[in-house]
Each structure stands twice: as C-alpha cells, then as structure tokens.
Design a protein around this ligand. Structure first.
Ligand code: PLP
Length: 422
C-alpha cells in the first residue's frame, strides 16, 4: 500500500483528488480502498474496516447497496449520457419536490460545489445585489465566492482563504459567526440593501457537528425576509440525512433556496439546487441567470438517486435513529466511565466528539479541540478496524447497513482507544 501512495504522489498532487483524503491533519498515509459492501470497506491488502465516513455522507444505505446497483446496471446498458432530457431526470426532480418542503422546482448539477456556486449566482441575479453572508467554519464547496475567511475585525471585508481567489471578489463575501444572530444583524446594518443572500449549513457539518441553537435558523429567516435577502440552506449534508425533507423539515424553517448533494446521488456525482418557482424561473433558459452542464442530470446518477430516495421512508429514519442513538449513548457512557468531559454533538445519524471540554457552539469553540489527540484517537480506531474521518472537524455517519454487531464493536474500540490515550 505504501508504494501505491508514493506512486500516486508522482502523478496526482499530494496523491489524492481531494485534499482531506491525504491524512494531512492526522499524519500517516491513507489506506487505498479496493471495495465496499454494506457497513464495511476493504483495503487493497484485504483488511476489513467498519466505515463511518460513508464517502463523506452520501452512503446512507451503506456501500454497494443492492437496489441502487441493480438500477444503475439496468440504466447503464441503455447508454451513459445523451445531453438530452430523460424520464429519469423528471422522476428524480419530482421526488425531490415531493420530499423537500421548500422546493417547488429543482435544477440538477454534478456536485455540491456546483450546486452552491449556482445558487449564489441565482441569489445575486434575483436580488440584483452582490454581497453575500456566510458563517465562519461552514463549508460550501470550493467556488471563489465561498473560499473566503473573516478579515481582522468582524466588520471588515472577507479575505480570500486561498491564493487564486481575487480580493476584489472576496470582498463581496461577509463573514458572520455561527449561532450569533447579532453578528448577522450588524452586517445587514452596515450593508443596507446590498446583501443578496445568507448561506448557512442548518446543522454545521464541516467544523465537526455544530447544532443551531434555539431561534438561530428562524432568526435568520426573519432577518432575510425583512431585508429583502434570500436565505440559502446548504443541505448538501443534512438533506435526506436528518429527515426525508432535510433540516428544513426537521427544524420547520423554510429557506428560499436549498442546495443538495451527497445523499441525493446515492454515491454517484450529483448536486442540485431548488426553491420557489418564482426564483427558479430566473434560471436559463427561462430566465437570464446562466447555468449549464454537459453531464447534468446524468442517467446513471439519476438512477442511483431515485433508487436511493425511494428507500427513505418514516420507518427508515426510525430505525436509523435507533441505531445512531445506541452508538452515541455507547460513546457517552464510555466517556463517563473514563471521566472524560469531551464535547459530544449529535443529531440523528451524524455526530462529532470534540477533544475539548468546552461546549462547541461555534467555529471558535471547535478550534479549542486538541487535534493531536484526535490524530492519536483516529489511528487507534483505524488499527482496530474502525474507519473514521481523518480530521477532527468532520462528522461521523451511521448508515442503515451498520449492524448491532458493528455498533458494539465500535463502542468497545472507542473505550479501549480512549483508555489508552488517557
Ligand atoms: C460536501 C459539501 C459541499 C461540496 O460538495 P462537493 O460535492 O464536495 O462539491 C458543499 N456544502 C456542504 C455543506 C458540504 O458538506
């Protein structure tokens, strides 16, 4: 396996096609995966792992789900892409509109990044305003307007968080603090009638897992409505994860535009953005806001998405919640027994244990985590055959494929590894 990574590094920057896969924040070398089935993945040396990364969220039914594979195989034989409408696109669009409460019309794209980038353009085109508000610690893909961090002092312009993002563009992105409505209010006051939209992960899943406090999401809703700005929920993780209708259904707060990805594609590359008809009608060819894609609505991806969503019903979420609660309670009991006061945030089938004793309600709180300790924990778990995200600031996902035996083995490993660390 060592040789594979060395060789990959000669041909692919850092040996990977997405940075966090390189194990940069935990050290060591990534495992190369040969195959997956259900809750398990197998590396190229044949070692088995119980997987809680689940491809960073999409695999809510686990790996190589039989129903999804059957559908993709059936469609595959009819051709992989046409660049013309298919019934599959219609079927998935109808399904999304039926499931996600605030979506009346939806446009398919090929990744979450693309969905968010397009949603931001739509919000700007619709409102005729350039500025947007995002929250520190929320991730919305790698498009220019969103690779922006706070400048010094909350009232300054956003600054590029990557070379290659023009400062002239980044200055239109304003940064607020998650769970701090006042920071958003202040930005609205200082930029009267200039804010096109507020974009938020309704449950933050890219700084670990951080839950919205009571009144935060509804407060954003009110602020946006009063200021003529659009509210965008980036539900690329939470969509179909927290409930059939995502976080908006779970918290009963309706955004104007929703971005989707990950679970939507059932493990194939899909993103989507949708919202009220009156807003979505501004998109080309109906309206002036341009957005297109050669492989958008790809038949294989649509087939996987349909098969995936068809399996999500009330009972599915009930069972998934039961499993998740069992695992989260196991972790909490372990910590109690070991007298560890680590912050543990969970909601439905996603969670994060932060190696800090401070309750984590914001990015600043999350940053107090001991990432060295997380790295040791991660490697300890991996050695015991449990695959977690190679970074403290990511979610852990339970899928329907995880068995009680998997969960018990995971709770046991969690206890043993934590014990070794303390
Ligand atoms: C993963 C993610 C994205 C980006 O999706 P990609 O498919 O990786 O481009 C956007 N927003 C959120 C909240 C995500 O978790």
């Amino acid at each position: 396996m060592k040789n594979l990574f060395e060789e990959s590094k000669r041909y692919i920057p850092g040996g990977v096609n997405s940075p966090v896969r390189a194990f940069g924040s935990v050290g060591g070398e990534p495992i190369f995966i040969d195959r997956g089935k259900g809750s398990k993945i197998y590396d190229v040396d044949g070692k088995e792992y119980i997987d809680y990364v689940c491809s960073w969220g999409p695999l809510i039914h686990g790996h190589a789900d039989d129903d999804i594979i059957t559908e993709v195989e059936r469609v595959l034989k009819k051709g992989t892409t046409f660049g013309a409408p298919t019934v599959l696109e219609l079927e998935l669009a109808k399904k999304v509109v039926e499931m996600v409460p605030s979506i009346e019309m939806v446009r398919m794209v090929s990744s979450g990044t693309e969905a968010v980038m397009s949603a931001i353009r739509l919000a700007r085109g619709y409102t005729g305003r350039d500025k947007i508000i995002k929250f520190e610690g929320c991730y919305h893909g790698h498009s220019d307007s969103l690779l922006v961090k706070a400048g010094s002092g909350a009232l300054t312009f956003g600054q590029p968080s990557s070379p290659g993002v023009p400062a002239d563009l980044a200055k239109h992105t304003l940064i607020a603090d998650y769970n701090d409505l006042n920071s958003v209010k202040q930005l609205f006051i200082n930029n009267k009638n200039q804010i096109a939209c507020v974009i938020v992960e309704p449950v933050a899943g890219n700084m670990g897992v951080v839950l919205p406090e009571e009144g935060f999401l509804s407060g954003l809703r009110d602020l946006c409505s009063n200021e003529g700005a659009l509210l965008i929920f980036d539900e690329v993780i939470t969509g179909f994860r927290l409930a059939p209708g995502g976080a908006q259904e779970y918290f009963n707060v309706m955004p104007d535009i929703t971005t989707l990805g990950k679970i939507l594609g059932g493990g194939l590359p899909v993103g989507a953005y949708g919202g009220r008809k009156e807003i979505m009608e501004k998109i080309s060819p109906l309206g002036p806001v341009y957005q297109a894609g050669t492989l958008s609505g790809n038949p294989l991806a649509m087939a996987a998405g349909i098969a995936n969503l068809n399996k999500l019903n009330e009972n599915f979420y009930y069972e998934l919640r039961k499993k998740s609660q069992y695992l989260w309670n196991g972790f909490k009991n372990n910590c109690r027994e070991l007298k560890l006061n680590y912050a543990f945030n969970e909601i439905e089938s996603m969670s994060c244990m932060f190696f800090t004793e401070r309750p984590v309600k914001s990015f600043k709180d999350a940053l107090t985590s001991d990432t060295k300790k997380y790295a040791a924990f991660f490697h300890g778990m991996l050695k015991k055959g449990i695959n977690l995200a190679p970074s403290q600031f990511e979610a852990m996902f339970v899928s329907a494929a995880h068995t009680n035996k998997d969960l018990d083995a995971t709770i046991k490993a969690h206890y043993e590894v934590l014990k070794e660390l303390t």
